[in-house]
Write a protein that binds this ligand. Structure first.
Ligand SMILES: Nc1ncnc2c1ncn2[C@@H]1O[C@H](COP(=O)(O)OP(=O)(O)OP(=O)(O)O)[C@@H](O)[C@H]1O
Ligand SMILES: [Mg+2]
Length: 262
């Protein structure tokens, strides 16, 4: 997927994030290309969430640069990041279980006839868009008026992803999207990720602690440990225990076995 003629959609250069005296990111440089699923892996506390919160405008960087399509950006709010095409799907998905699929799809960005608070919602058009956008990434919803609470966890993830894409996300950030789901629903989400990957123009940053999931869908990997990049590579170049070892912070498997011994 990586091609030197292709410009990264998003890039960080020497990104540093400090919380008081504590350095959570210590000079992180990564690049994310269109059409790739980029697994961002590392042990607890490695800095994965801090990195994506910095990319999504939640935390200002202490120093370093973020570039979107080659241009440096400064995000002072999540809104700035989403306007620049960075769509973050958080674990709680920001969905309202009691309202319909369509209402959740548009949530604050409804289509209306007329202006002002008394405009009339274009409900039919909104239903059609919600159903069509979700179908594009592989979920067929027969009733867009059904409450989100009646959908499976996997379908909800897909709704959140379809919504982010429809509203302009070029980079989708998924922070542990499968961690709260059962086996079948995990597969649904991985399938959705695959489908988005095949669209070819959107990049996905996937954070997971599940090595198998990362192997199943990722084209490229970046491994973080204690705020630094300790490894990176294309899926095909990582072999044997590489992924496991780097996910654990770079220790040798033998060292891990020693840690386990009591
Ligand atoms: N708001 C904050 N204030 C102070 N320290 C923080 C803050 N957010 C994160 N940290 C610290 O930064 C480090 C990296 O945390 P982060 O949440 O980015 O790790 P992570 O890789 O996402 O871990 P996990 O796999 O457990 O989600 C941790 O040591 C954490 O305690
Ligand atoms: Mg985290």
């Amino acid at each position: 997927m990586k091609n030197k003629d292709l410009q990264p959609l998003i890039e960080t250069k020497d990104l540093v994030k400090k919380f008081g005296a504590f350095t959570a990111l210590n000079g992180v440089s990564i690049d994310i290309f269109p059409g790739e699923v980029h697994a961002l892996l590392g042990d607890n506390g490695a800095g994965k969430s801090t990195l994506i919160k910095t990319l999504s405008g939640v935390h200002p960087a202490t120093s370093g640069q973020i570039l979107v399509e080659g241009k440096q950006v400064h995000f002072s709010s999540p809104r700035d990041a989403s306007d620049a095409g960075i769509g973050t799907v958080y674990q709680d998905l920001a969905l309202n279980a009691l309202t319909s699929v369509t209402r959740n799809f548009f949530l604050g960005r409804e289509l209306v006839f007329g202006k002002g608070p008394f405009g009339i919602l274009k409900m039919n058009e909104m239903h059609e868009i919600a159903v069509a956008e979700m179908a594009k990434i592989g979920i067929n919803i027969s009733d867009p008026e059904q409450a989100v609470g009646t959908m499976s966890g996997g379908q909800r993830q897909t709704l959140a992803i379809a919504r982010a894409i429809y509203f302009g996300a070029k980079v989708l950030i998924l922070d542990e999207p499968t961690s709260a789901l059962g086996q079948r629903q995990q597969m649904e989400v991985l399938k959705t990720i695959r489908t988005v990957q095949q669209l070819g123009n959107i990049a996905i940053i996937l954070i997971t602690h599940n090595e198998i999931h990362a192997r199943l869908v990722a084209n490229r990997f970046t491994f973080l440990s204690l705020g630094e990049v300790i490894g990176r590579g294309m899926a095909k170049d990582l072999e044997g225990d590489d992924i496991k070892r780097l996910m654990a912070g770079g220790a040798e498997i033998g060292d891990l076995a020693k840690e386990l011994a009591i």
